[in-house]
Design a protein around this ligand. Structure first.
Ligand code: XMP
Length: 517
């Protein structure tokens, strides 16, 4: 792999994603690994990421000079660039001049080396206080900025390169080009990480792991569990049984997508547990968000266990136990939990609709190495319908946490209708890809006065919460066109009884979370 050494900023994952977008496999590793430990992973190239420290700060992570003698091509980015310069005898100074955000870069001569094919003046995204004043011996300066005399350098003979800016962010105009120059010219790699190869490799791994044993998978309606199940089914066929616990908190059409479209596309054997009553009975009278989440989680595990028992005693299986559980863990979860092997350490609130924590299974995690966009590509390759692979994130507790107040059948029906309108309008405006997700929330405990026809109304507000995000950790509210918002508002207030007001949530995350509960 290409190893991306994480110096503690949020950029390492993004770098790994961009490398994979260039069809080269990459992994994120912590900066605490020694050179020897890095080499043990057989890196074909190494990228040192940005980080929050100054190379001169006490306790700043340093880079051993021995890393640059191994012959493995290295690209230093931002902090990694400075650490590389410092380790090799260049000078890094705290100039007091800071550069944040879009910065004009001037290349030396025509763009050379890793800047080949990029213009003499280009916009790139910077975030640094220190800057490299003098390149180490043997290095050629490739670019500068108003406050950084050395903004990029290269030692072609040793395959060592560095840039002060962040080529991985989309605000850097030629960022991807710079990364690809490093991968394909600097490190001479081949672009062979493709969806077809991912499927082949995973199918083989799954077969090796499961052998002839039985395996179970919980489908939530989301893309991760669907793709994981489809991969495992491709590998071991009907040794896999899928369970779909329909908790009655899904959106319009979603249960059908699982029960009909997913099964049609994959041929998976599906056990459907229709459990709406169980969940709504348990939720009766409850308004507190955390309590709702706990109840839904608890009932989900019970329902899943009952389904498992039903499958074990099913005719034809001779009561044979189920040994493996498929889990749609993604690479960002793996990195966030320290990158370790072994049991998945998933944020607890992400368990609902997925893994019942206390069940005794060995985990099968075929998506552990993949980013979300790769999961979607694998799903498409496996023939899953566009509505499933393109689906926006949806929380496990479903509409249960999008009704502020008690969850009832009537309120669910109302919210489902409003949500379906909002989604349909977003799709027909062609904006699905601009928006990370758009929760539609019913403020069931709030009423406001309105006027409709000749009469006064006293109804509930619906909140639209469209956000843009890269990973749901941070988010901004989406600037949807006013005419689209107007259409959604008109339709919801006209078509959904009991709603007389539509409001737009204009809060970023932080301070707001994406969901309201
Ligand atoms: P918040 O509201 O914490 O949401 O900003 C971040 C992302 O996580 C989703 N989310 C959940 N997903 N089970 C899930 O599987 C949950 O309990 C849950 N709660 C929030 C949310 O939709 C957003 O994408």
């Amino acid at each position: 792999p290409v190893l991306v050494v994480d110096y503690g900023a949020q950029y390492a994952q993004l770098i790994a994603r961009r490398v994979r977008e260039a069809n080269v496999y990459s992994e994120v590793v912590p900066h605490t690994l020694s050179t020897e430990q890095l080499l043990a992973k057989n890196p074909v190239a190494i990228i040192l990421s940005g980080g929050p420290s100054s190379v001169y700060a006490d306790g700043a992570p340093s880079v051993g000079a021995d890393l640059f003698e191994t012959g493995v091509p290295v690209l230093g980015i931002c902090y990694g660039f400075q650490a590389m310069a410092a380790a090799l005898g260049g000078t890094v100074a705290q100039t007091g001049l800071r550069e944040y955000g879009a910065t004009d870069i001037t290349t030396v001569g025509d763009g050379r080396s890793i800047l080949a094919g990029t213009p003499n003046h280009q916009n790139a995204w910077m975030s640094h206080g220190d800057s490299v004043q003098q390149a180490p011996e043997g290095f050629e300066v490739l670019a500068s900025t108003a406050s950084a005399p050395v903004a990029a350098f290269a030692n072609e003979a040793k395959s060592l390169f560095g840039v002060q800016w962040h080529p991985e962010v989309k605000h850097s105009d030629f960022g991807q080009q710079v990364l690809e120059n490093f991968l394909f010219d600097g490190a001479k790699l081949q672009p062979n990480w493709t969806t077809g190869n991912i499927v082949e490799e995973q199918v083989q791994r799954i077969r090796d792991q499961i052998g002839g044993a039985r395996v179970i998978c919980g489908l939530s309606g989301g893309v991760d569990s669907a793709v994981a199940a489809a991969l495992v089914h491709r590998a071991v066929g009907d040794q896999l049984r899928c369970v779909f616990v329909d908790h009655g908190l899904l959106r319009e059409g979603e249960a059908e997508q699982v029960e009909r479209d997913f099964v049609a596309a994959t041929g998976v054997k599906l056990y459907v547990a229709k459990e709406t009553d169980r969940f709504l009975d348990a939720l009766a009278g409850v308004s507190d968000p955390e309590t709702k989440r706990k109840i839904i989680g608890r009932e989900f595990i019970r329902a899943f266990e009952e389904a498992e028992r039903a499958l074990i005693s099913e005719a034809g299986s001779d009561g044979e136990a189920i040994k493996f559980l498929v889990q749609g863990t993604l690479y960002p979860d793996v990195v966030e939990s320290g990158g370790g092997e072994g049991a998945a350490n998933i944020k607890s609130h992400h368990n609902v609709g997925g893994l019942p924590e206390d069940l005794q299974f060995e985990l099968v995690e075929p998506l552990r190495a993949l980013f979300k966009d790769e999961v979607r590509a694998v799903g498409a390759q496996l023939g899953l319908p566009g509505e499933i692979v393109g689906r926006q994130p949806f929380p496990g507790p479903g509409l249960g946490i999008r009704i502020v107040g008690e969850v009832t059948r009537e309120r669910l029906a109302l919210l489902r209708k409003a949500d379906a309108i909002a989604r349909a309008e977003l799709t027909s405006a062609g904006l699905d890809n601009e928006v990370w997700q758009m929760p539609v929330v019913l403020l069931a405990d709030v009423r406001s006065v309105g006027v409709q026809g000749d009469g006064r109304t006293y109804g509930h507000p619906i909140v639209l919460r469209p956000v843009s995000s890269e990973d749901a950790m941070t988010a901004d509210w989406s600037r949807l066109p006013y005419d689209l918002l107007a259409r959604i508002s008109n339709r919801i207030t006209n078509e959904v009884d009991g709603v007389n007001r539509v409001v737009l949530d204009v809060t970023s995350k932080p301070p707001g979370t994406i969901e309201w509960e």
